[in-house]
Design a protein around this ligand. Structure first.
Ligand SMILES: CC(=O)N[C@H]1[C@@H](OP(=O)(O)OP(=O)(O)OC[C@H]2O[C@@H](n3ccc(=O)[nH]c3=O)[C@H](O)[C@@H]2O)O[C@H](CO)[C@@H](O)[C@@H]1O[C@H](C)C(=O)N[C@@H](C)C(=O)N[C@H](CCC(=O)O)C(=O)O
Ligand SMILES: Nc1ncnc2c1ncn2[C@@H]1O[C@H](COP(=O)(O)OP(=O)(O)OP(=O)(O)O)[C@@H](O)[C@H]1O
Ligand SMILES: N[C@H](CCC[C@H](N)C(=O)O)C(=O)O
Ligand SMILES: [Mg+2]
Length: 486
């Protein structure tokens, strides 16, 4: 595509009549620039991409998108907001690929990764080649690719969509983080279905107040178009038991499907019962009553399943078929994943890293724990500090043996993070063991028959971030080794 054509998407009422080079690629990182690239200068949290513009030109950039005037030997297009421009230009450059996909977005504080995997299973069982974008990886069909963010920046995102379309993917399910919505990473994404899981505290380092956080999440629904494409209506799926749904429902022009447990909903779960192998419930839906017997456990899992059923119905898949798919799901990596090395107590690794998810996980554990409940819990550095005392308090209230330790301290002092947690500690039953491996070994040595150890916070992660080091660390492997050593 040439520069004039590309810029016409950006400034429809203005024409750009300078030089008109062919654009070979769009880049926002000078290190990736090649001959003919359009380099977009992004002011980041660490560095300012504008400082790399002349380097980009030296490497062959044919034009620059910038938030300020710069004197360079190639065209410099000045825009008020280069992140916004990047969404529009990337969508245009790759041929608006999200329009060729049936695109499902999921937002909410907890459950996005789980719900996206459930939906992917439902869709692929219906015979379509699927795509998935989220915290753990990007998947195109069966191929997995590493990721940096839950929701990538708009350039990466549109490139992935294009790869998906080229690979024959028809339906894509993606996690949409509040950061992404706030930064407009998903501008240009033509969502067909948007799903809301829940809103509880997280990320207040970024959003500052719960109200701002709530508004950011709401953008997924207010930006969901009402138009019919290929005669396929747009749907928004809401957890009616969560108070935030009310305002999101008002904000969207899409068709609405509600789900819930405590309140009447289009999809409602009743008579929930935990069984030795999972959870059973009665599903009431516009298609009648159905029994669901799934391998996932906990009330929160019922919510996730209801959300996925809603998306399945919106994607025109028969409810009986959806239920069959759900019943086959054994779990999602690092989400309430059991570690079994022949021991006579339970070890569960769970990605709960917010107050609400930790409380849910511990409440679920309480339902089957026969004796003591150990919880190993830390809080990430360079993230919401105000959730630290709350998580510590929950650990103390809902377990018999809370052990405070390090999660990913990142650039922060691990001792200070633990001090922040201590402020919320209740009673005097907690221990602090700064080294995560030592904390896991301690709990495994101390546990006896019938006890449960919940190792919270890191789930599927295979690393620990300390300072700028990336150390190999997998809670599941460390726990297994500790059990074998016992
Ligand atoms: C705070 C934040 O959101 N940071 C994101 C941001 O990085 P940044 O602002 O620090 O970028 P930067 O390093 O300052 O660089 C600025 C610009 O200069 C460019 N540059 C840089 C160096 C160079 O040599 N040449 C060059 O051109 C960079 O490519 C970039 O365009 O832009 C990067 C590229 O898009 C993101 O990967 C990065 O996410 C980091 C890894 C992150 O941790 N983000 C978290 C807060 C986040 O977004 N989380 C959400 C939610 C998670 C959840 O589900 O709970 C997510 O969606 O992941
Ligand atoms: N519906 C839910 N409500 C509350 N807690 C949940 C729910 N679903 C999952 N959880 C808890 O939250 C943890 C994270 O789940 P999941 O990874 O699916 O969420 P996520 O929204 O993708 O998180 P992230 O924002 O970090 O990507 C799980 O390990 C579980 O403890
Ligand atoms: N997507 C979340 C993951 C948190 C996982 C936890 N292990 C941590 O490092 O805080 C975040 O970036 O806030
Ligand atoms: Mg996730």
């Amino acid at each position: 595509m040439n520069l004039h054509k590309l810029i016409s998407y950006l400034q429809p009422y203005k024409t750009y009549s300078g030089e008109n080079p062919d654009i070979s690629s769009i880049e926002n990182d000078s290190r990736n620039v090649q001959k003919g690239s359009l380099f977009i200068c992004i002011k980041g949290f660490n560095v300012d991409g504008h400082d790399f513009a002349s380097l980009a030109v030296k490497k062959g950039a044919a034009a620059i998108i910038s938030e300020k005037e710069m004197t360079l030997p190639v065209p410099v297009i000045v825009v008020p907001n280069s992140k916004r421009a990047m969404s529009v230009l990337s969508d245009a450059f790759f041929g608006q690929p999200s329009r060729d996909l049936h695109l499902i977005g999921i937002t909410g504080t907890n459950g996005k990764t789980t719900i996206s995997h459930l939906i992917e299973k439902i869709l692929s069982d219906s015979g379509e080649k699927t795509g998935l974008i989220g915290t753990m990886y990007t998947k195109i069909g069966e191929k997995k690719f590493e990721v940096k963010n839950t929701t990538p920046d708009s350039l990466t995102l549109q490139r992935i969509f294009k790869q998906m379309v080229d690979a024959g993917v028809k339906k894509t399910v993606m996690e949409v983080s509040s950061h992404a919505l706030d930064e407009g990473r998903t501008h240009g994404c033509d969502f067909d279905i948007a799903v809301f899981s829940n809103l509880t505290q997280d990320h207040l380092d970024y959003h500052k107040t719960m109200d701002e956080y709530k508004q950011a999440k709401g953008l997924l629904f207010s930006q969901l178009g009402s138009e019919y494409r290929h005669h396929s209506p747009k749907f928004a799926i809401f957890n009616i038991d969560d108070a935030a749904s009310e305002s999101y429902i008002r904000a969207t022009a899409a068709h609405i499907i509600t789900y819930g447990i405590d309140q009447k909903a289009d999809l409602q779960a009743l008579n929930i019962q935990m069984t030795p192998t999972g959870t059973e419930f009665d599903l009431l839906s516009p298609f009648g009553a159905h029994k669901v017997s799934m391998q996932l456990i906990g009330k929160f899992s019922v919510y996730n399943v209801l959300a996925a059923i809603g998306a399945g119905i919106a994607a025109s898949i028969p409810v009986e078929q959806i239920i069959r798919s759900i019943e086959e799901v054994q779990g999602v990596s690092g989400r309430f994943e059991t570690v079994d090395a022949g021991q006579d107590f339970s070890v569960i690794v769970d990605y709960s890293h917010t107050p609400d998810s930790l409380q849910n996980a511990l409440t679920t554990v309480k339902q089957f724990a026969e004796k003591r409940i150990f919880v190993i819990i830390g809080c990430g550095g360079d993230r919401d500090r105000s959730k630290r005392p709350l998580m510590a308090k929950i650990a103390c209230l809902y377990s018999t043996d809370p052990i405070f330790t390090s999660d990913n301290p990142r650039s922060e002092d691990p001792v200070q993070i633990l001090k922040d947690m201590e402020e919320g500690a209740q009673g005097n039953n907690h221990k602090t063991i700064i080294d995560r491996k030592e904390a896991i070994h301690y709990a495994v040595k101390a546990a006896s028959e019938g006890d449960v150890i919940l190792i919270a916070g890191k789930g599927h992660e295979t690393y620990q971030l300390i300072g700028d080091q990336i150390l190999n660390f997998d809670d599941r492997i460390v726990a297994k080794e500790a059990i074998e050593e016992r």
